[in-house]
Design a protein around this ligand. Structure first.
Ligand SMILES: Cc1ncc(COP(=O)(O)O)c(C=O)c1O
Length: 392
C-alpha cells in the first residue's frame, strides 16, 4: 500500500531528479516535472479490480500517488465522483452515449480538491509550513480547506472579481486572502513575490509536480467506471490544463500497468471565446501558446491567459486526434440551464462549456450522435451565485 514513486522527470528534457525534496520546475530547462513510479512492480502487486475494495477516495490508488507514508495523506475523501449517464440529454440531442463526470461531488465543490489534497499532502510530508497559490477561485477554496485540515498556513491570491463564495470559503478556513486588481496571471506575479518575502512554498498548478497527480485520478476513475476501457472522447474545460494533462498521464500509466490497452480518448479542449490561448495555438499548429491579451469570460476557472503546461495540453490533444474549440459566454449560460433542467445538475459555467462544445462538434461533424463522450463537469454551479443572479 506504499507509494511506488521513484523520482521526478522533466517532461521536456528528461532530467531525472529526486522526489523527496522541494521541487518546482526543471532546473535545467524550466519545464514541468512529472512524478514517475515503479510501474513494473505496481503491475505485480496491484489488482485493478481489488482497488475498488479500498477506501472510497482517490487515495485508493495510493501506490501510484506520491506520498511515501500514508499517515501524511491530507484527505477530505476527494475523488470517487460519479460518472453519470446523461439520459435526458441523450433524448434531447438524439444522441446515444453521453456521460457526465461530476466533479462537483468533491469536497469544496470542485475537482481542485484532488490536486490540492495531493499537493498539500506532499508538502506536509516534506515538513512545509506555509503554502501559496494564485487562483481563479476554486483552487483557493480547496487550498484553504486542505491547509486547515493539515494545520498549514495558506496564502491565496485571487482576481478581485473571483466568485465571492471562493473568497468566503478561503477566509472561513483561515487562509490569508489577497485580492488583486487583474487576472490570475497578475495574482501569480504577486504570489511569487510574496512567496520570496514570506518564505511561502508556491503550489501554482504544474509549477509543482503533485497537483497533477491528484487530477490524474479522474482518468483512473473514468476507465474503471467504464469497465477498464476509455471513452471515445473527453471534453475538458481548459484553463491551466492540469486535468487534461493528468488524465493523459493516467492513460499511459494504466497501459503500462496492463489495466487498459493502447486506445486513447480523443481529448477535446474547450475554452471561452474571450480567453482561448490553447485553441489559438492548436489552430495555428504551434507547440506553445502565446499569452491571451485582455482575457474575459464569465467562466472564472478558464479565464487563464497563459498555461505553463501549454505544450503538454497541446500534445495530448494532437496525439489523441482530439481538437480545441471555443464557446461564447451566452452558450455557457444556455447550457448551464440545460444541464439543470434536463439532468438536475447545477454545473459550474466551466462544466456548461463542455455541453456547448459537444453540440458545436456535432454540427461540425467532428462528433456523431453515436460518439461516446464524457463531459467533464469540473465544479459546482452554486459557487457562482454572483453570475447566476444575473440570468435566473
Ligand atoms: C470549475 C473549474 N473548471 C475548470 C478549471 C480549469 O482547470 P485547469 O486549470 O485544470 O485547466 C478551473 C480552474 O480554476 C475551475 O475552477
Amino acid at each position: 500500500m506504499h507509494s511506488l514513486i521513484t523520482h521526478l522527470e522533466c517532461t521536456a528534457c528528461g532530467l531525472a531528479v529526486k522526489s523527496e525534496k522541494l521541487n518546482k520546475l526543471c532546473t535545467a530547462c524550466g519545464k514541468v516535472l512529472f512524478a514517475r513510479y515503479d510501474l513494473e512492480k505496481a503491475k505485480n502487486i496491484i489488482d485493478r479490480d481489488k482497488v475498488y475494495g479500498r477506501r472510497s477516495s482517490m487515495w485508493r490508488f495510493n501506490e501510484l500517488m506520491p506520498i511515501k507514508s500514508p499517515e501524511n495523506i491530507v484527505s477530505l475523501d476527494e475523488g470517487n465522483t460519479p460518472l453519470l449517464r446523461a439520459s435526458r440529454l441523450e433524448s434531447l440531442l438524439e444522441a446515444s452515449q453521453i456521460w457526465i463526470k461530476d466533479e462537483s461531488a468533491n469536497p469544496t465543490g470542485s475537482f481542485k480538491a484532488r490536486g490540492l489534497s495531493a499537493a498539500v499532502s506532499k508538502a506536509h510530508e516534506l515538513g512545509i509550513k506555509k503554502l501559496t497559490l494564485p487562483s481563479a477561485g476554486n483552487a483557493a477554496g480547496a487550498l484553504a480547506a486542505y491547509c486547515a485540515k493539515a494545520g498549514i498556513e495558506a496564502h491565496v491570491f485571487m482576481p478581485n472579481d473571483a466568485p465571492q463564495a471562493n473568497r468566503f470559503e478561503a477566509e472561513l478556513a483561515g487562509a490569508k486572502v489577497t485580492l488583486v486588481d487583474g487576472l490570475i496571471s497578475d495574482a501569480g506575479v504577486l504570489a511569487q513575490k510574496m512567496a520570496k518575502e514570506l518564505e511561502l512554498f508556491d503550489v501554482s498548478t504544474l509549477k509543482e509536480p503533485y497537483r497533477v497527480e491528484g487530477k490524474k485520478t479522474m482518468g483512473y476513475e473514468i476507465a474503471s467506471s467504464l469497465g477498464w476501457r476509455v471513452p471515445e472522447v473527453i471534453i475538458y474545460p481548459t484553463g491551466g490544463g492540469t486535468g487534461i494533462v493528468g488524465m493523459w498521464k493516467a492513460f499511459d500509466e494504466m497501459q503500462s500497468l496492463g489495466w487498459i490497452g493502447s486506445d486513447r480518448p480523443k481529448m477535446v479542449v474547450v475554452q471561452s471565446e474571450g480567453c482561448a490561448p490553447i485553441v489559438r495555438a492548436y489552430e495555428q499548429g504551434k507547440k506553445f501558446a502565446e499569452p491571451w491579451e485582455n482575457a474575459s469570460t464569465i467562466a472564472a476557472g478558464i479565464r487563464v491567459p497563459s498555461a505553463i503546461g501549454d505544450y503538454l495540453i497541446l500534445d495530448s490533444v494532437r496525439k489523441s486526434g482530439g481538437t480545441a474549440i471555443t464557446v461564447s459566454d451566452q452558450e455557457i449560460v444556455e447550457n448551464m440551464k440545460i444541464f439543470a433542467s434536463f439532468e438536475g445538475l447545477w454545473v459550474a459555467p466551466e462544466g456548461a462549456a463542455t455541453l456547448a462544445a459537444y453540440k458545436k462538434l456535432l454540427l461540425s461533424g467532428f462528433l456523431t450522435k453515436d460518439s461516446e463522450v464524457v463531459l467533464m463537469n469540473t465544479g459546482a454551479g452554486s459557487k457562482y451565485l454572483d453570475m447566476v443572479e444575473s440570468f435566473v
